[in-house]
Design a binder for this molecule. Structure first.
Ligand code: PEP
Ligand code: MG
Length: 597
């Protein structure tokens, strides 16, 4: 392999499978798009008028945001918007920008950016941590004003044609707002396998590769890229022979996928007829459509924060009710597990919703936000309860870490039922109450808390990161994020056994559930309900139908007796190869091993 060609290959971490060849678009923060222009002296007042108008529009928007968030969440959360207004109305701040435009003859957006940078540099030098933390506020304000000044740049990647998104980082809120019809693949410099952006890529059914060092500086808009989500590889402007090889691989993959479609009407059971229910994880009505198309048994996890991120605002009780009602109606009698909001960690609104935390995954996240912002909590519980009159709902609470939290949540839940009863609003009184097991503390006391809930759902994405102290979103420690670590497996086993003993349903809804190599182990451990990305359902069914339950139990017993994650991985991978090699329609998932990277 020639050195020149090898340079075009960048190795990263596979985050979503599949192969795509297409044009790149570099997704950038709008602050990087500002260009400096000279403005003639006679036009500087015009430039100032343009800026004044933009600032006025932003102030109006901020006041609206303040009102909405005060109503929906609380005054304290909404204060941030007023503090942004105060900065924009600060005579010193704004007059500095006017002066810059007049004296230096530069365009408004470049001047705003310069002013923001100067303030940030000054704040950086201060000892006061409160002032230091205002740095983020300044960049938020700058973005808002600049977006008004260069509105055509709003969609930084104009999605007129299908493209591959290249970015330094993609947040879940960036990702969810991309048009899934137009985005062929993601390739990012940072991010982990189980970051929410990666999970979203899998649910879009498109390839994604993360952890690609130096990618953004090597790619420019319009470059031809291969994104190989199977091998975790990106090729920039590949030569013809490489394109040809990848096109052949794509064809093999396509025919494999077409074969998988034939499984849709078949039951999801092992070779010796043990039923394993395959559920879907969804975040939208589009996901639901895919889930139903691929024959999901029901919805094992509805991540309700995703629609909020999509619309970039808090949804009112009525808006939520109407969304949940639609999901239930379309689910047509299937069970739908609605999980309450899981904000924090890596899921924030872009503007104002986040406040700075050193360790967001260990901080103000999920149920902790809910138990503090009770109004928000109550609105969502009421909306879910009201929707329960239209279908089969289960309610699921995320990131529970103690018995105390279960009791507080239960109390609020019961009080909302009581409120609706008094108001004469219909709801189902039989709605099962469940919790996510994603913090090790509750896995350890599962035998106690199982008595207080109706079902359990194991969230391995978080359970792994919290058990192993490895940030799921950090590519630097990706190799330490080990789903097969014996400590993780033991916790899963404990929870499964406890639930079985108590005769309570237990589901596993982390990304492990959709990984064909892990499915034999999980089913062998007794997990007969697996909830996954809709895109993984058919491959999961294929594996499931390939061998007997007895064999799977044997695999699980052997795996649980091993003490190294690597030994377990090897065992499962050999087993998988045995199954896959036996299948004539299996894809040939190997790309360019002969190249040196
Ligand atoms: C999990 O943690 O496994 C889970 C399903 O929740 P999320 O990925 O949304 O954190
Ligand atoms: Mg989780």
């Amino acid at each position: 392999m020639e050195k020149e060609i090898a340079k075009r290959f960048i190795k990263g971490i596979s985050a979503s499978p599949g192969i795509v060849i297409g044009k790149a678009c570099v997704f950038q923060d709008i602050l990087y798009l500002v260009e400096r222009r000279d403005v003639e002296e006679e036009h500087t007042e015009q430039e100032i008028a343009r800026l004044k108008q933009a600032v006025r529009q932003v102030i109006d928007e901020l006041i609206q945001d303040n009102l909405r968030v005060s109503q929906d969440i609380g005054k304290r959360e909404a204060e941030i918007f007023l503090s942004h207004v105060a900065i924009l109305e600060d005579p010193y701040f704004i007059s500095q920008i006017f002066q810059d435009i007049r004296e230096n003859g530069i365009n408004a957006e470049a001047s705003v950016l310069r002013q923001i940078d100067e303030f940030r540099a000054a704040f950086e030098k201060m000892d006061d941590p409160y002032i230091k933390a205002r740095d983020q506020d300044l960049s938020d304000i700058g973005k808002r004003v600049i977006q008004k000044l260069i509105p055509s740049q709003r969609n930084i990647c104009d999605l007129e044609e299908s493209i591959i998104i290249v970015a330094s980082e993609l947040t879940p809120s960036d990702t969810i707002r991309l048009d899934r019809e137009k985005v062929l693949a993601f390739a990012t410099e940072s991010g982990g396998k189980e970051s929410h952006a990666a999970i979203l890529a899998r649910s879009f059914g498109i390839p994604a590769v993360v952890g690609l060092e130096g990618l953004v500086s090597k790619v420019k808009k319009g470059d031809l890229l291969v994104v190989d989500g199977d091998m975790g590889m990106v090729v920039i402007n590949p030569p013809e022979e490489v394109i040809q090889n990848y096109q052949n691989l794509q064809k093999t993959r396509e025919s494999y996928r077409a074969e998988l479609q034939k499984l849709i009407p078949l039951p999801s059971e092992t070779l010796d007829s043990h039923e394993v229910r395959l559920w879907a994880n969804i975040g939208s009505l589009v996901d639901l459509e895919y889930a139903l198309h691929f024959g999901a048994h029901g919805i094992g996890l509805f991540r309700t924060e995703l629609p909020f991120l999509m619309w970039r605002r808090f949804l009112s009780e009525d808006e939520q009710f109407s969304l949940y009602q639609k999901v239930l109606t379309q689910a047509n009698g299937r069970e739908v597990t609605i999980r309450t909001l899981d904000f924090g960690g890596d899921k924030f609104f872009e503007d104002g919703g986040s406040h700075r935390e050193k360790n967001p995954f260990l901080g103000y996240r999920s149920i902790r936000v809910f138990l503090k912002e009770k109004d928000l909590f109550k609105q969502q519980i009421r909306a879910i309860l009201r929707a329960s009159a239209y279908g089969h709902v289960k309610i699921l609470f995320p990131m529970i870490s103690s018995m105390e939290e279960i009791r507080q949540v239960r109390e609020l839940f019961e009080s909302m039922k009581e409120e609706l009863r008094r108001e004469g609003v219909p709801y189902s009184d039989k709605i099962p109450f469940g919790i996510m097991i994603e913090v090790p503390s509750v896995a350890i006391i599962a035998d106690q808390l199982v008595k207080e809930v109706d079902f359990l759902s194991i969230g391995t994405n978080d359970l792994i990161q919290y058990t192993l102290a490895v940030d799921r979103d950090n590519d630097l420690v990706n190799s330490l994020y080990q789903p097969l670590n014996p400590a993780v497996l033991r916790l899963i086993q404990t929870v499964t056994e406890v639930a079985k003993k108590a005769n309570k349903p237990v589901t596993l809804c982390g990304e492990m559930a959709g990984n064909p190599q892990y499915i034999p182990l999980l089913v062998g451990m007794g997990l007969m309900d697996l909830s996954m990305n809709p895109a993984s359902l058919l491959e999961a069914k294929k594996i499931l139908r390939s061998i007997t339950y007895e064999r799977w139990k044997w695999i699980a017993e052997r795996a649980l007796g091993l003490s190294l994650a690597e030994e377990i991985r090897k065992l499962l991978s050999e087993e998988y190869d045995r199954i896959v090699l036996a299948a004539p329609d299996a894809p040939e998932i190997q790309a360019f091993q002969e190249y040196e990277f």
